[in-house]
Write a protein that binds this ligand. Structure first.
Ligand SMILES: *Cc1c(COP(=O)(O)O)cnc(C)c1O
Length: 434
């Protein structure tokens, strides 16, 4: 490892949920969600900084006996304030574009040397920016990309550290849109072809074989597939060492899943199981371990707060229409993902439950957050919180239906910081030309 990340205390923090009822009102840590709606409006993304740091520390703790760097996957939630929070704790970053590289630079410049660059279609300008930023390594996903990397490295006179992202051909049970580790997927290089490509790379003095990387998908709840993938990577690494390559890093990717239901979730235990599986897979391999968790760090730290606009009945169905929509949080529409939805005012034990579709105002039948969900009766003006929305929420938002994106706030105990203001009509129209 070239540079040591900042030291972090390796204590296991207590597991805790940031969104809980107090005095019959939903809170995020020490802030009531109804006060946030008053101050910042809705829809509003709310994140608990405390939980983000706790989750990061779970990884630091579980891997404390091995040299490692947690390279948080920026695409899960790329807010500058959240990147800064993690960067200051010594996190590295997994990026997939030149835009994400620039975010890391703006958020916490010293973290640039802890960046790994993933993605199947890197462009020359993005590679150039990353070479100049002296990132830790490029995770290369094709031979063509390796040729381009060599050419750009030569043009700039900067040697490129690279890892091949290998495709281990292991099956991970998850949604087909977020499974990536089978040979039928577009990601990575067939693990059987990797050795020849590393050997070929030795011919270029501008390429430094530095690691091997793997990422088998997202929202993976069982840990065995990680162990299976890493065992294949370990066999490749020892082969590469015999071939004379100085392999310094093994990048295990991200993908550890969370529980989106309201069942009790022991995050610390899940990370311990994950660490044990990885370490089992890499039994005799001592390379510096890179981890790329995204969802696991931020998902449960975030909620999307919305106001009920209309409650209407069509035939036998009840629809609760909120001011948040699929353009703000697309996961239910895209992956049929489940999000718990809580009324901000806690209903009394005797309150009547209704069965309703909770939907947004966008002109698409796919614009739903929940279907046939049992929820306490709601009326216009009531507030609801969509839980576990911290990952792949705001980062997948859009201006569809010419809607302005929500504001975002970061909670630190009893302090609220606006980390992104609500978009305005001016923002919406700014890039257009007539
Ligand atoms: C998306 C992605 C991650 C993060 O995945 P999570 O499921 O959010 O942990 C990590 N590495 C790569 C290469 C990715 O594409």
């Amino acid at each position: 490892m070239r540079k040591k990340p900042a030291a972090t205390p390796a204590t296991a923090p207590a597991a805790s949920r940031p969104f809980v009822y107090r005095n019959r009102t939903l809170y995020c840590d020490n802030i009531s969600l109804s006060s946030l709606a008053d101050d910042y409006g809705t829809p509003l993304y709310i994140y608990s900084g405390r939980q983000i740091l706790e989750r990061f520390q779970l990884f630091q703790h579980a891997f404390q006996d091995r040299p490692h760097t947690v390279c948080y996957a920026v695409k899960a939630n790329s807010s500058l304030a959240i990147l800064r929070l993690l960067g200051k704790q010594g996190a590295g970053f997994d990026i997939v574009s030149g835009g994400e590289l620039e975010r890391v630079r703006r958020a916490h410049k010293p973290a640039l040397t802890r960046v790994v660059f993933s993605g199947v279609g890197k462009q020359a300008w993005e590679i150039d920016a990353a070479l100049k930023a002296d990132i830790l390594q490029f995770n290369v996903e094709s031979e063509q990309e390796l040729d381009l990397l060599a050419a750009r490295a030569q043009a700039l006179g900067i040697r490129a550290r690279f890892a091949l992202r290998v495709n281990p051909d292991v099956f991970a049970e998850t949604h087909p849109y977020i499974s990536t580790g089978l040979s039928e997927h577009k990601f990575g290089i067939d693990i059987k072809a990797a050795r020849v490509i590393y050997r070929r790379a030795m011919r270029s003095k501008w390429l430094e074989p530095y690691g091997v990387s793997v990422h088998i998908g997202s929202q993976i709840r069982k840990v065995d597939p990680f162990a299976a993938a890493l065992a294949r990577v370990e066999a490749l690494v020892s082969q590469l060492r015999r071939d004379g390559h100085d392999i310094r890093t093994v990048d295990a990717g991200g993908g550890l899943g969370i529980d989106y239901s309201d069942a009790p979730f022991d995050a610390a235990h899940q990370v311990e199981r994950y660490a044990a599986a990885l370490i089992k897979g890499l039994a005799s391999e001592k390379a510096h371990l890179l981890l790329e968790p995204g969802r696991f760090i931020v998902a449960q730290a975030g909620a999307l707060l919305a106001s009920v606009l209309v409650v209407k009945k069509n035939g036998s169905k009840t629809f609760v229409i909120t001011d948040a929509a699929m353009n703000d949080l697309i996961r239910p529409a895209l992956y049929h993902a489940h999000h718990e939805i809580l009324p901000v005012r806690q209903p009394s034990g005797k309150a009547k439950l209704i069965t309703a579709d909770i939907v947004g105002p966008v002109c698409e039948s796919g614009d739903f957050f929940a279907r046939d969900r049992a929820i306490s009766a709601l009326k216009p003006g009531d507030l609801v919180a969509l839980l576990d929305a911290g990952a792949y929420g705001m980062t997948q938002s859009s201006n569809y239906n010419s809607r302005m994106r929500p504001a975002e706030v970061l909670i630190d105990d009893a302090k609220v910081t606006l980390i992104r203001r609500r978009e305005t009509m001016r923002d919406l129209l700014a890039p257009e030309i007539i």
